[in-house]
Write a protein that binds this ligand. Sequence first.
Ligand code: ZN
Ligand code: ZN
Length: 413
Amino acid sequence: MVPNFEAKLQEYAHLLVEVGLNVQPGQTPSIESNVEYVPLTRQCVAACYDCGARDVVAYYGDDFSTREAFLRADEAVFSEYPSYMKARVDWYLEQKSPRLSFTGSNPELLKGVDPARIQARRKVSGPATKAYFDAMTANRFQWCVGAHPTLVWAEKVFPGKRGDEAIDALWDAIFSVCRITGDGKAVERWKAHAAAAKKRIELLNSYQFASLHYTNALGTDLTVRLPDNHLWAGATDHTPQGVEFLPNIPTEEIFTAPQWDGVDGRVYSALPLAMDGNLIRNFYMDFKDGRIVDVHAEEGEEFLRRALEVDEGARYLGEVALVPYDSPIRNTGILFYNTLFDENASCHLAFGAAYPSCVKGGEDLSEAEQKAAGLNQSMTHVDFMVGTQDLSIVGAAHDGKETPVFVNGNFAF
Ligand code: ZN
Ligand code: ZN
């Protein structure tokens, strides 16, 4: 049993609803949940009403029923998207309703299902929900992704534990990295955390560094040029109406995009990279004019090489993210096998696509214009951790003036 579980669950629900979604009076949030998440979901519903929600609906999926349908429902079902389901997402889009969902579902749910059925379902659900999810990624309404342990996930993270013991261990880990102690003050802690991130973002944006220089004892010696008019981002996002929200809890990173052809030198990994169930350990990458020209891994090198062959853009970087070494996630020492957590464990880089919002006005540019502005284009985006306890990052201004950004693995300011 997790000590003080009820109080922590309630604190987590309030954190997701008050800071994650920041539900405003009169709004009509929806919660995409699962029958296995009922206690947390009920706490979230109550927290939405505490914020003045007009109406709250929790939609409960059920893994058993989903799997049965994929195995046994009439073939024709998979090429239809029911009009009432389309009407539902359209209604929520029109209302600009906040959306809460949870990560944690069973990755093996559809094992053994005819892939043609899965593909057919995707083919009809994709277009029907595209406008809704496009609006979500463009932050036209508030959204947040929380986490809920499931047995398969928990036993993967804690291979020595089984059943409830594994689930409790994962709850403990989630609470701890979400700064939930049971004292009911997580909301205040996260507001302060987001405000501190904002201050650093403003400072970094005012520096407008020409480049960042990474060094550490592993042998990392990497220079990353930054595009003109680059923007640092992180922590909160906001809707066009100016409502601030925190789409990812936990989040520790502040990030921008590198100039796609401006990366030179060598970088060593600081943590294993988990990709499609494979682990890549102790690797380095060599860069020349932005391009990854060589890689070497002590374990799993072939998976890394394959990932770089997805398209030409996969061989270039698309993200530079700063995360202090003393982050709650790395302090747990746990590999979560889940991006929501793992990408917040240490300073990371990503090969593949850059976020358009990382240069001024980037969201209004075509793909070709984005590339001209310095942003890498690719179908893939893979984060890998490079932050060590001794990592140093020095920012160089256009006139050559140097400013420490990271000293001994942590922010210099
Ligand atoms: Zn990141
Ligand atoms: Zn990333």
